[in-house]
Design a protein around this ligand. Structure first.
Ligand SMILES: NC(=O)c1ccc[n+]([C@@H]2O[C@H](COP(=O)([O-])OP(=O)(O)OC[C@H]3O[C@@H](n4cnc5c(N)ncnc54)[C@H](OP(=O)(O)O)[C@@H]3O)[C@@H](O)[C@H]2O)c1
Length: 255
């Protein structure tokens, strides 16, 4: 299937590790220009070097940006648009994984998972209207099912991301802008959240692994493939969806 993503300009937040890193690579494989960010300078430098060698003909631009600093985030969007001349796809991927049921975590989670996501989309919308582009947000099955993280802001904000994405799809459809959400299940990344849980909370890891009916957790590339497809022209009539990629972990029926 030809996805037609060549000449498209894509923004991905949190692109140096985990799911974001796989999304960056997924778009580069399709020939898109990708701007990505994270907070750690050495990781950005390493990612820029690695991507230049892995994808010699592709254009990858990593920048140090903390999405929770909304002015910096918005300035980054403007600088990407200026540098590449357009924005076609926006993937707000960062979560602060705030899971404590405290006022500080509720505030941090709202700020990073919801307000920064809204902010990058809001700043990008004039560019997306011009290109008839689209947004793919990243939620989680934790937004659908009450799980071991409850009570915590993480699942509540992830549910809000799904709702906001549907609102966006509906209100922007007339302007040719699509919006979809991808909700990953348990995605195992050695230097990520499940790798940490495996090392530090082995009993929790074992019990959570046992819930996965395929007998395994997902791979970051399996999320990236769904994101890249939804962002492509091959999904031109798909908007407002929440695509759950969880190996059938969720038992609820999504109607
Ligand atoms: N892994 C899973 O099982 C799973 C399941 C469901 C949903 N998700 C969702 O998938 C998304 C990615 O998760 P992941 O597991 O891939 O995370 P991850 O492995 O921890 O990677 C997070 C990436 O985001 C960057 N980042 C974190 N905070 C940032 C900030 N404030 N500003 C800019 N960059 C920031 C990190 O780099 P720095 O730390 O250097 O900034 C890193 O590149 C999240 O929305 C998460 O909720 C993950």
């Amino acid at each position: 299937m030809h996805l037609g993503l060549e000449k498209k300009v894509v923004l991905v937040t949190g692109g140096t590790k985990g799911i974001g890193r796989a999304i960056v690579a997924g778009f580069l494989l399709e020939g898109a220009t990708v701007h990505f960010c994270s907070r750690t300078e050495k990781d950005i430098t390493a990612a820029n070097t690695k991507l230049a060698s892995d994808f010699p003909s592709a254009k990858a631009h990593g920048s140090v940006v903390d999405v929770s600093k909304l002015d910096d985030l918005n300035a980054w969007v403007e600088s990407c648009a200026k540098e590449s001349g357009q924005i076609d796809v926006v993937v707000p991927n960062v979560s602060c994984f705030a899971m404590k049921n405290t006022r500080e975590d509720w505030q941090a989670c709202f700020h990073t998972d919801m307000l920064a996501l809204w902010s990058i989309i809001q700043t990008s919308l004039p560019y997306l209207e011009k290109t008839k582009g689209n947004v793919v947000t990243i939620s989680s099955v934790t937004g659908r099912d009450v799980d071991f993280t409850a009570p915590s802001p993480y699942g509540a904000m992830k549910a809000a991301v799904v709702h906001y994405t549907a609102q966006l799809a509906h209100t922007m459809a007339g302007k040719g802008v699509r919006a979809n959400c991808v909700s990953p299940g348990n995605i195992y990344i050695e230097d990520g959240v499940w790798g940490d849980i495996e090392r530090n909370l082995p009993d929790l890891f074992k019990s959570q692994m046992a819930l996965n009916p395929m007998g395994r957790m997902g791979k970051a590339e399996e999320i990236a493939d769904a994101v890249v497809f939804l962002a492509s022209q091959r999904a031109s009539f798909v908007s407002g969806t929440n695509t759950v990629v969880d190996g059938s972990l969720c038992t609820g029926v999504q109607l």
